[in-house]
Ligand binder design. Sequence first.
Ligand SMILES: Cc1cc2nc3c(=O)[nH]c(=O)nc-3n(C[C@H](O)[C@H](O)[C@H](O)COP(=O)(O)OP(=O)(O)OC[C@H]3O[C@@H](n4cnc5c(N)ncnc54)[C@H](O)[C@@H]3O)c2cc1C
Length: 332
Amino acid sequence: MSHACNTCNGVIILVKDQDVVGRAARSTNHVDALVVGGGPAGLSAALYLARYNRSVLVFDSGHGRSTHHQTNRNYLGFPDGVSTVELRGLGRAQLDRYSNARVLHHTITSIDDHAELGFTVLSQGGAWHGRTLVLATGVLDHFPHFPGWESYVGRSMFWCITCDGYENRGKDILVVGHTDAAAGEAMQLHSLTDRIRLLTNSEVDAISPTFRGRLDAAGIEIIHDHIAQAIGTDGLLSEIVTRAGKRIGLDVVFSIQGANPETVLARQLGLRLTATGWIDVDTEQKTSAEGVFAAGDITSLHSHQVTAAVHEGAQAASAANYFLYPPELKAS
Ligand SMILES: Cc1cc2nc3c(=O)[nH]c(=O)nc-3n(C[C@H](O)[C@H](O)[C@H](O)COP(=O)(O)OP(=O)(O)OC[C@H]3O[C@@H](n4cnc5c(N)ncnc54)[C@H](O)[C@@H]3O)c2cc1C
């Protein structure tokens, strides 16, 4: 049974009840599943979908958290750690084995929801249709911006104690942030080193008297100033120079300036978000919209880890695959 799509100028013909049509044999712009985001969550979702013999397209703009210089040392199976970029490359190579899956380097700018008929994603490069949709768009980190800042991310500029605390035991750490969250991180890092300072890098110093007292008691200096310049070689910081001209020698920065969930597309679709702005999902990664699933950092304020992203991607794919089965294949 087929339906013309009335919001895409008739370019795409939507086909319903297609499981019998031959799942892996779709036209190039008309697939079973669309995945937006090609980080660990999206690649994991695509791999599982491909192995369910679904046709799948992954769209990736290539600027997420997994595109920096860090080495993941807590991802099981890599005793010497694995660079996140290499991990993405391995995931892509794994996906390349499946002719029913493709990765396209496009930024998806909008999505049309055709209710039970599926979804159309749009980029400057075209329009693609899928019967189901997985959002794995990650977050946008607010690292301090100074000349050359990107070369330091993942080498000597971090944000996550779970990821990079252990390697930085005993080091000279500058925590950058102006809130109690930054003060709390400084206190937590203090259990790994006693060489910690905090730089607000903001017009505002919003650290509460309670945390100020705790920092003071721990001997953690608060510097209320902005970063003007960083000095370092090959991504390894050695000094920060503030606008006031203070020179702060250091080994690493932990930036606690927050991150924004990449929810533009989720908002377009009217998905329910959590109180703190993340895509609300259930334990199977189902969102509030039928046929839409979400995975990875985009789904929660905490637990931003590759392990979690890979797991959620797999879970989302399994739920999406089940969603695609015709009713007669479902037990309930
Ligand atoms: C410095 C640093 C160190 C880290 N260290 C570790 C560690 O040691 N261990 C660990 O487990 N985790 C670590 N992490 C966290 C880990 O990288 C993330 O948890 C993981 O990358 C999340 O995967 P994701 O697929 O959800 O998101 P991402 O990896 O951010 O991928 C999202 C992708 O979606 C794409 N995208 C977004 N919007 C669109 C759009 N509209 N159209 C097309 N594509 C889009 C982006 O370009 C991006 O490629 C670290 C992160 C950083 C920044």
